[in-house]
Design a protein around this ligand. Structure first.
Ligand code: AMP
Length: 426
C-alpha cells in the first residue's frame, strides 16, 4: 500500500471547512487592506533562491527540493514565496504602477525538513507583500493585516515578537562585534553555533540549544549598533504600534532565517501548534531586489502557515462553517424510477438547487439512512407504486412527515421550498 510521502498530508473533505474559513478571512482582510491576489509558479530557477534567500541559510543549504529538468535547467520547488514575488515584480516592470504594489497569495511551499508536529515538507502559506515603499507605516500595515487576520479567526493568547536587524550600513558593524564576542565563547557553544559563526553569524541568536542560552543572553544587542536611519525607522514602527494599542514584545534575539531581511522583523507566536511556535512571520526586505539583480526596491511582507493555523483552530476549539450538503436526495427503486430520478436531480441542479441521487440497488430503508447521515432536508421517494401513479413521496427529514406530490410538479414545488444551494467549498 502506498502512503503519502513523509512530511506531506492529505487534506480530506472533512478538513476542508478549516481551510475555507481561513481563506475566506484572508480574502476579507485583503479587501479591507487593499491587497490583490497574484500567483507565481510552484518552481523557479534554483539560483533565484540561492541569491535571494542566501547561502548559509538553512533553506538554501539543506532544505530545497532541487532538480534538473529534461532540458538541463536547475529548478527548485519554492521554499518560500518572497523571492518569486519579487522576481515577478521586476520581470513585469511593476515599479511603473502606483507604489507600493500590494499583493497576496496562497499556495504550497516545499522544504526538506525533519517532519514533526506542525512541521511538514509540504505546507501551505498565505503570503502578503507590499513592494516599492520604505515608509515604516507600511511595516505596521503588514503587521496589522496579520494581527487582524488572526483575531478574526478567533485566536487568543498570541504573542507579537518584534525586532530590527539594521541595514547594510549598520549590520556589518554589529555582526563584527557579535563574531568577536562569540570567538571568546567558542568553547561554550554547540557545534552548530561554531558553524554559524563562520556561515551565518546572525543565526547564532536563535539557537535553541540549552548550553548556548547564557551566551546569547549576554551577547551584544543590535539596537546599540543601529544607524540613525534604522533607529528612526524602528522608533516610528514602535510608535505606530503603541498608538494602535497593539501589544508586542521587543525580542533582541529575533533575526529570522533569511538573508534578505533588513530593519523590521517580526514573528507571531502561539502555544499548542506542535514543536514550533511560529504561526507567522515577516519583515522588511529592502535588499532582496538588488540581490536578485534588480534596482534597489524597498519592500515588506509576511507569511503565515495555514496548517499551523488549522492546528491552532482545533487547539482553541474555534468554530468553522461546515460544507453544506445538497438539501434534496432522490431515493428510487426499480429501473423506471431510477430513470425518473436521473431526470429529477438534473432538473433541480439546472435550477441551482442542490440535489443528490442515491446510487446502486439498495433498499429504500438503506437509502433513507443515507439521507439521514448526509443531512438531507427532503428525500424524494419513487418506487414502482409511485411510478405507476405518476407521483413521488416527499419526506421532510426534520419532521418525519410525508406527502405525495405529482411527478409533474415536484421539481417546482421543492425548488420553492429550499434555498438555492450556496457556493460549495468541497
Ligand atoms: P518562515 O518563512 O519560515 O517564517 O515561514 C512562515 C510561516 O510558515 C511560519 O511561521 C509557519 O507558520 C509556516 N511554516 C514554515 N515552515 C513550515 C513547515 N515546515 N511546516 C509547516 N509550516 C511551516
Amino acid at each position: 500500500m502506498y502512503q503519502a510521502p513523509r512530511g506531506t498530508q492529505d487534506v480530506l473533505p472533512e478538513d476542508q471547512p478549516y481551510l475555507a474559513t481561513i481563506e475566506a478571512a484572508i480574502r476579507r482582510m485583503a479587501g479591507l487592506y487593499g491587497y490583490r491576489r497574484m500567483d507565481t509558479p510552484i518552481f523557479e530557477a534554483t539560483s533565484l533562491f540561492v541569491r535571494g534567500v542566501g547561502e548559509g541559510t538553512d533553506i538554501v543549504d539543506k532544505e530545497m527540493y532541487t532538480f534538473e529538468d529534461k532540458g538541463g535547467d536547475s529548478l527548485t520547488l519554492r521554499p518560500e514565496y518572497t523571492a518569486g514575488i519579487m522576481r515577478a515584480y521586476l520581470e513585469h516592470g511593476m515599479h511603473t504602477r502606483p507604489q507600493p504594489v500590494k499583493v497576496y497569495t496562497i499556495g504550497p511551499i516545499f522544504r526538506y525538513e525533519r517532519p514533526q508536529a506542525g512541521r511538514f515538507r509540504q505546507h501551505t502559506q498565505v503570503d502578503v507583500e507590499a513592494i516599492g515603499e520604505s515608509d515604516p507605516a507600511l511595516d505596521v500595515e503588514i503587521m496589522s493585516f496579520a494581527a487582524q487576520l488572526y483575531s478574526e479567526l478567533g485566536f487568543t493568547g498570541l504573542s507579537f515578537q518584534v525586532n530590527s536587524i539594521g541595514c547594510p550600513v549598520c549590520r556589518p558593524g554589529y555582526v563584527h562585534s557579535l563574531v568577536q564576542y562569540y570567538q571568546q565563547h567558542r568553547e561554550a557553544v554547540c557545534p552548530d553555533c561554531r558553524r554559524r559563526l563562520a556561515r551565518n553569524p546572525l543565526r547564532l541568536l536563535d539557537c535553541k540549544e540549552e548550553r548556548c542560552q547564557p551566551v546569547i543572553e549576554a551577547a551584544p544587542r543590535v539596537e546599540h549598533d543601529l544607524c540613525p536611519e534604522c533607529s528612526r525607522h524602528f522608533a516610528l514602527v514602535l510608535n505606530y504600534l503603541d498608538r494602535l494599542g497593539r501589544p508586542y514584545v521587543l525580542n533582541h534575539r529575533l533575526v529570522r532565517g533569511l538573508d534578505y531581511y533588513t530593519r523590521t522583523v517580526f514573528e507571531v507566536w502561539a502555544q499548542g501548534i506542535g514543536a514550533q511556535n511560529a504561526l507567522g512571520g515577516g519583515g522588511r526586505y529592502d535588499g532582496l531586489a538588488q540581490a536578485i539583480g534588480g534596482p534597489h526596491t524597498p519592500a515588506v511582507g509576511f507569511a503565515s502557515g495555514i496548517e499551523r493555523a488549522v492546528l491552532l483552530m482545533r487547539e482553541q476549539e474555534l468554530a468553522v462553517a461546515a460544507t453544506p450538503e445538497p438539501p434534496l436526495l432522490v431515493a428510487t427503486q426499480g429501473d423506471e424510477a431510477k430513470a425518473a430520478g436521473v431526470s429529477l436531480v438534473n432538473a433541480w441542479r439546472g435550477r441551482g438547487v442542490g440535489a443528490g441521487l442515491s446510487f446502486g440497488e439498495r433498499s429504500l430503508r438503506a437509502q433513507l439512512r443515507q439521507a439521514n447521515r448526509a443531512g438531507s432536508r427532503y428525500v424524494v421517494i419513487i418506487g414502482p407504486e409511485e411510478m405507476a401513479a405518476g407521483v413521488a413521496a416527499v419526506r421532510d427529514m426534520a419532521s418525519g412527515e410525508q406527502e405525495t406530490l405529482p411527478l409533474a410538479v415536484v421539481v417546482e414545488a421543492l425548488s420553492a421550498r429550499v434555498q438555492p444551494t450556496q457556493e460549495r467549498d468541497g
